[in-house]
Design a protein around this ligand. Structure first.
Ligand code: IMP
Ligand code: MG
Length: 181
């Protein structure tokens, strides 16, 4: 039987599973950093809870920056075009950069952002995504750190939304296409 939360949504990853995986990712990123300083770039709004938890699992001197791109709009389908709504506050030239994203889906957003960020010539640029839906990929892009690889499901919670709702659910849940909302 599937595990349901209080709203009757099916839970895909519990808060404990997320916390354990984020701790592992933080340890791996810490090892790879080798004592270097890090600039963590969160993609608003969905990556905010993940960046918050991941940053505290990384033992390094880290700063935060955020970008915002045009999102999925009100439904579950992407428009395919990316628009930058909020740019970086500070230059990342020569910096060790980690882009932090909630979910890598078609790859259109991260492919756009990677190209944009590389124009500033960072020392290195890696990508951490909590979730990956490889079967949905349109742009050839992979993350360096993946929390969980999932099939083609629409998920909500832990930052991820459906029409801006559900971002504060502590567990990651499945939004079924016939959910009454
Ligand atoms: P991509 O450009 O198709 O890779 O989409 C990336 C963005 O789409 C993510 O940052 C999410 O905001 C959104 N997205 C993709 N799949 C889901 C999902 O299952 N639930 C909620 N948001 C999603
Ligand atoms: Mg997002």
């Amino acid at each position: 039987m599937a595990f349901m939360n209080r709203q009757g949504l099916e839970v895909l990853f519990t808060r404990q599973q997320i916390a354990e995986r984020v701790a592992e990712m933080g340890a791996e990123i810490t090892r790879d950093l080798n004592g270097e300083c890090l600039v963590m770039i969160g993609v608003l709004k969905g990556a905010a809870p993940f960046l918050s938890d991941l940053s505290r699992a990384i033992e390094a001197d880290a700063t935060f920056d955020f970008v915002a791109t045009s999102s999925y709009g009100k439904g579950q389908r992407s428009s395919g075009a990316v628009k930058l709504i909020k740019d970086l506050d500070n230059s990342i030239e020569g910096k060790t950069v980690l882009v932090v994203e909630d979910i890598l889906d078609t790859g259109i957003t991260l492919a756009y952002l990677r190209k944009l960020f590389l124009q500033q010539r960072p020392k290195s640029l890696r990508i951490a995504t909590l979730l990956d839906k490889p079967s949905r990929r349109i742009e050839p892009i992979e993350a360096d750190y993946v929390g969980f690889s999932i099939p083609n499901l629409f998920v909500i919670g832990y930052g991820m939304d459906y029409a801006e709702r559900y971002r504060n659910l502590p567990d990651i849940c499945i939004m079924s296409p016939d959910h009454p909302e």
